[in-house]
Design a protein around this ligand. Structure first.
Ligand SMILES: [Zn+2]
Length: 344
């Protein structure tokens, strides 16, 4: 059994129910990491991929991560089980059903494109994702757009990922370019040129930073990449100057509390630094990252913050922040603002 994450406040069933019913937007969740262990196991069998486990239970037990690198290892093994474009149609449709069960209305979802582009011709995988998105949207009403990302430990895939993003952008399915994978040893500055090209081509740009590396990684994402949002960014609390800067320019952070506990970015017996970020006036959103891999979902993320003392008003503000930080057009944002205001 996993260790308990720090909490200090009892949450009533009434508040938990209100959080569940709150309409939500999610901006930091990985499609491959949002695929549950059962589905990965079934895909491995179907596609004749061998996993380093002799049973589903053993495979599930591997989701107790020792550290970030161990997590990346398991994540890549899971992603390697997805062998056909139809697997991605299935995953997307299933993902939207899961999002719908938490009353998520819209999501911007990462794809591990450095792996994908080695497996499939661009058109095949884009069509498969589009089919999953359309089917899922029809069934659930949940809207999805993708942000394919470069895995930073394979920087040689950068140009290929950019070409892939541009192909999907033409179909209205991809919003922009992301940067994921291990931060240690692969600073944002390595990706300056590909980000510049992406921005010139009209893509939105985001990057993971300040998760396993400290403030210098966040500064790099801001200055070298001109990232429009920061994935995680929680280690910004280590640099008072950066905290002031983030509060001043209001670059949104995509914070994923449970992920930070599971990967030991934050100690289990400590409150999450999101409190410090919010109190300092930093623009923060709440997200679930790789939900089944971390035994979480977006509801549980909000619930955890309530259990760490966030008020209903504060949680609601974080939820509103997600509309503003999204890459939706002004008209679409306005529609969500109205819907949110009616639900509050
Ligand atoms: Zn992430």
């Amino acid at each position: 059994m996993r260790d308990r994450i720090y909490t200090n406040t009892e949450v009533s069933d009434y508040l938990a129910e209100r959080l569940r019913a709150m309409p939500k937007i999610e901006l930091h969740v990985h499609l491959e990491g949002a695929t549950d262990a059962e589905t990965v196991w079934a895909m491995a069998k179907k596609n004749n991929v061998s996993l380093p486990a002799t049973s589903l239970d053993e495979w599930k037990a591997m989701y107790a991560f020792r550290d970030f690198n161990h997590f990346v290892e398991i994540y890549i093994q899971a992603a390697e089980c997805m062998k056909t474009p139809e697997d991605f149609t299935f995953m997307t449709e299933r993902f939207l059903k899961h999002q719908s069960s938490q009353n998520v209305r819209y999501c911007e979802v990462f794809l591990s494109a450095s792996l994908l582009i080695q497996k499939f011709p661009f058109d095949e995988i884009i069509d498969a994702l589009q089919e999953g998105a359309e089917r899922g949207e029809k069934e659930t009403g949940v809207q999805i757009r993708f942000i394919p990302d470069i895995a930073r430990h394979v920087p040689e895939t950068s140009q290929g990922v950019l070409d892939f993003v541009l192909a999907g952008q033409k179909k209205g399915l991809f919003l922009g370019l992301g940067l994921g994978g291990p931060e240690v040893g692969f600073p944002p500055e390595l990706f300056t040129e590909v980000y510049e090209e992406a921005r010139k081509s009209g893509l939105r740009v985001v990057a993971h930073a300040g998760e396993t590396v400290g403030p210098e990684s966040v500064w790099g994402a801001i200055h070298a990449l001109k990232s429009e949002r920061i994935g995680h960014g929680v280690r910004s609390v280590e640099d008072p100057e950066l905290m002031d800067y983030l509060a001043e320019v209001q670059i949104p952070l995509e914070v994923n509390p449970v992920s930070n506990y599971r990967l030991k970015v934050v100690p289990l017996d400590q409150p999450h630094p999101i409190r410090e970020l919010v109190d300092h006036g930093v623009f923060v959103t709440v997200n679930s990252d790789d939900p089944p891999m971390f035994s979480t979902d977006l509801n549980r993320e909000y619930l955890l913050l309530a259990q760490q003392g966030f008020t209903w008003e504060e949680l609601w503000q974080l939820n509103k922040n997600a509309i503003e930080a999204s890459f939706l057009g002004e008209e679409e944002k306005q529609a969500y603002r109205s819907e949110w205001n009616q639900s509050y």
